[in-house]
Ligand binder design. Structure first.
Ligand code: FAD
Length: 284
């Protein structure tokens, strides 16, 4: 289908983008890689009379690692995340997760900013960002503010970002934790039936810290404090993994769709969570 008519803007800096956004209010949307927004416009599920393309704004691109902090510009593509050796050294879970998103064509265009700002429960980066305890920087005409990924998601496609704000960067701490991103999907290029990000640190043969977050198992990503607590202080044996999986399953709320009924999704989630914990522990 062909989208309805729209005005196209291509500002060179953030203030140029903000001025169009402010002038047209909820009639304007920013465009990143376009892999969610353009299909929505073509299907006429999104009506965007004023489309602001961010691709010429250089300050929104790039990966910087300074001290123990990783900062990623919102317009950095998933392809760039995968190919950054510096990012791989600082947070190897990023490459493991990004490689499981869609296919190479989508990853050449799709951006980390679009993936986290979209609010689609099927996007993989939001759960991963909650696992990493990332912070999102939002810039609007009123100034700049930071929102924790764990506080950002309110409902499907509803986030803490105000309409007139642009997500400029994502940051999180460098991590040496054992890691795993496990995803079950129907075929290559599909969104998750269930996915799980895990980071585990080890001290004295026991779990010192655990961070577990899940994708597409509720209308928002699910960060499970109860699952983390079930692992900490244990030797991550079968009983501890079972307890953590049980706790995580209490926190999810999947819905029936073309990926299966609720019981099936819970079953898949249990397997994915347990595999992710075991693999992260083996790398801790
Ligand atoms: P866009 O589509 O340009 O934008 C998405 C939304 O975010 C829009 O509402 C836009 O206004 C808003 N937005 C974008 N950037 C900003 C910003 N800087 N500030 C404020 N708002 C912003 N994703 C997955 O995670 N996992 C998958 O398995 C997966 N499979 C896919 C399969 C196919 C066939 C396709 C087409 C896409 C798939 N995707 C998947 C989505 C893809 O990975 C993109 O990351 C995702 O579409 C959003 O990124 P984008 O850059 O394309 O954003």
């Amino acid at each position: 289908m062909i989208p309805p008519e729209f005005e196209y803007y291509r500002p060179k800096d953030i203030s140029g983008a903000l001025s169009v956004l402010t002038e047209h209010g909820d009639e304007a949307r920013v465009l990143a890689g376009g892999h969610s927004l353009i299909p929505m416009m073509k299907l006429r599920m999104a009506d965007v009379p004023h489309l602001i393309d961010l691709q010429d704004i250089a300050e929104l691109k790039g990966i910087a690692i300074s001290g123990d902090r990783v900062t990623i510009g919102a317009m950095t593509t998933q392809h760039e995340l995968i190919n950054s050796e510096a990012l791989h050294a600082a947070a190897p879970i990023m490459r493991e997760a990004a490689l499981q998103i869609a296919d190479p064509q989508v990853r050449y265009m799709g951006t980390i900013g679009g993936n986290v700002a979209n609010g689609d429960p099927g996007n993989d980066m939001p759960g991963l960002m909650q696992c990493l305890d990332a912070e999102f920087t939002l810039v609007g005409t009123e100034g700049t503010r930071t929102v924790a990924a764990r506080d950002f998601y309110e409902a499907a496609y509803m986030t803490a970002r105000h309409d007139e704000e642009i997500l400029t960067q994502i940051s999180f701490a460098v991590t040496e934790a054992g890691y795993a991103y496990e995803k079950q999907k129907r075929k290559i290029g599909d969104y998750a039936t269930a996915a799980c990000a895990v980071l585990i640190t080890k001290a004295g043969g026991k779990v010192a810290t655990a961070s577990i977050a899940m994708t597409n198992l509720s209308d928002v990503p699910v960060f499970s404090q109860a699952a983390n607590a079930a692992l900490v202080g244990t030797p991550c044996d079968k009983a501890a993994v079972k307890a953590a999986v049980a706790a995580a399953l209490e926190d999810i709320d999947p819905t029936e769709d073309n990926r299966g009924p609720v019981e099936f999704k819970k079953h898949v989630a249990g397997i994915i969570i347990s595999r992710a914990i075991e693999r992260a522990w083996s790398r801790a």
